[in-house]
Write a new protein. Structure first.
Length: 108
């Protein structure tokens, strides 16, 4: 039979410091901002796909989508996610939007 010391004398292995709390808050905000940016990309691309190629509003929609995609890619990089090929294929980002960003499309 083994004896354990009372919890009063046990060494605490997890001590939450102010820095840890702050780091957790920052990570939560980064994740939230990434989600909001992804939603903005989805909405902008949906509007762009609904627009005809000859519509005079299309250039503005392409620019808006490019701005949203750019912000999303930057937010991903801030989170340490550097591979943009995943995003391009998952969201189906059109070539005309990628051209505004100076990004090459996914390799086939």
């Amino acid at each position: 039979m083994s004896l354990r010391p009372p919890n009063l004398f046990a060494v605490k292995t997890h001590v939450e410091t102010g820095q840890q709390v702050l780091d957790e808050e920052i990570l939560a905000e980064q994740a939230s901002a990434l989600g909001r940016a992804g939603t903005a990309v989805e909405k902008a691309l949906k509007k762009l796909r609904a627009c005809d190629a000859e519509d005079e509003a299309r250039p503005a929609l392409v620019q808006d989508a490019a701005d949203k995609v750019y912000g999303f890619l930057i937010q991903r990089e801030l989170c340490g996610l550097r591979d943009r090929r995943e995003v391009i294929s998952a969201y189906g980002i059109p070539g005309e939007v990628l051209a505004r960003l100076g990004v090459a499309g996914p390799k086939k």
